[in-house]
Ligand binder design. Structure first.
Ligand code: ARG
Length: 306
């Protein structure tokens, strides 16, 4: 049995399957951001938000968002990405700027629509559904799963039809049963036991077909074992660096059409920076302090679309 057939578990029967045997997948090369007009911190949805209520510097947040947008425009000029688009943030949707969470787009122009855990974030989703529909995407609505937070928890293996699905805080493992059946793609489920790493995109950054950087403490022993089998090189990033700099919320881009590579991440990391250098990335360090107060950084602030 191959890993592509047994979409549910990576088990003793399929564990010798190599990533190189899995079909390839084009990378999404268009960037979608959401304007920060209504970004705010008004409650505690994750541990990073504790004590941050009323602490947000809104003007600074706008400047930081603009700097990130400018980096993406530069990457467009450099042909690393193909386009940079912006969806308007909506009044009353204080977290909509984190636009990695409301959907999971697939290369055949289908898009899985999220079921956000928090009621205030559920209001964001219809704006994205309408946006994707206008682009000609067909929406997939989950039936059984109660929670699914899109690209925040679902990270593709670079260039491959293979997904990693984080669960435990914001997504329900049942979501991955439905998604793997509908999209016909194997999904490696990864339990996230540590509340600091409440989305997979806070602790796991695939760098190439064979390299990944992650924080060991974010995973279970079983999860780590699977990851270590699928990637021949794992860069272990210290927990304190991952929490304090959100470096594992880096956005790494591998343009599979022209081979260009770039990585954007919060300033101040050491080990993650070194791993990115070793893997040949052109690195852009930027400041996202105001978004980190809400539990997110670069990866959360964009959606990559086809
Ligand atoms: N305050 C937001 C929340 O708790 C932050 C979302 C960050 N997004 C991410 N992809 N990790 O939902």
């Amino acid at each position: 049995m191959s890993i592509e057939k047994d979409v549910k578990n990576y088990n003793s029967e399929n564990k010798n399957t190599k990533v190189s045997d899995i079909e390839s997948r084009p990378e999404p090369l268009k960037v979608l951001m959401c304007s920060p007009t209504y970004f705010d911190i008004i409650d505690v949805k994750n541990t990073h938000m504790l004590g941050q209520n009323g602490n947000l510097k809104k003007d600074l947040a706008r400047q930081q968002w603009q700097s990130l947008h400018d980096i993406y425009l530069q990457l467009k000029a450099d042909a690393v990405v193909e386009d940079v688009m912006v969806i308007d943030g909506a009044a009353g949707c204080e977290d909509m700027v984190f636009c990695a969470n409301q959907t999971f787009p697939w290369f055949d122009k289908r898009v899985v629509i999220s079921k956000m855990r928090h009621p205030s974030r559920q209001k964001e989703v219809p704006f994205f559904e309408a946006y994707f529909s206008a682009l000609g995407y067909q929406a997939i609505h989950l039936q059984e799963a109660k929670m699914f937070e899109g690209m925040g928890d679902t990270i593709p293996h670079p260039h491959k039809k293979l997904l990693y699905g984080g669960y435990g805080h914001r997504s329900d493992p049942k979501a991955y049963d439905e998604i793997s059946k509908t999209l016909q793609v194997p999904i490696i489920r990864l339990e996230l036991p540590n509340p600091n790493f409440y989305h997979l995109d806070t602790c796991f950054v695939p760098l190439s077909e064979s390299e990944v950087m992650l924080c060991r403490e974010a995973f279970t022993a079983e999860g780590l074992e699977i990851i270590e089998k699928l990637f021949s090189k794992v860069f272990y990033i210290p927990k304190s660096e991952a929490i304090n700099t959100f470096c594992l919320n880096a956005h790494v881009i591998h343009n599979d059409k022209n081979g260009k590579k770039a990585a954007i991440l919060q300033k101040g990391s050491v080990h993650a920076l070194e791993a990115l250098k070793q893997c040949g990335y052109t690195i852009y360090e930027t400041e996202t302090s105001e978004f980190m107060k809400s539990g997110g950084s670069v990866f959360c602030m964009k959606m990559m679309i086809y």
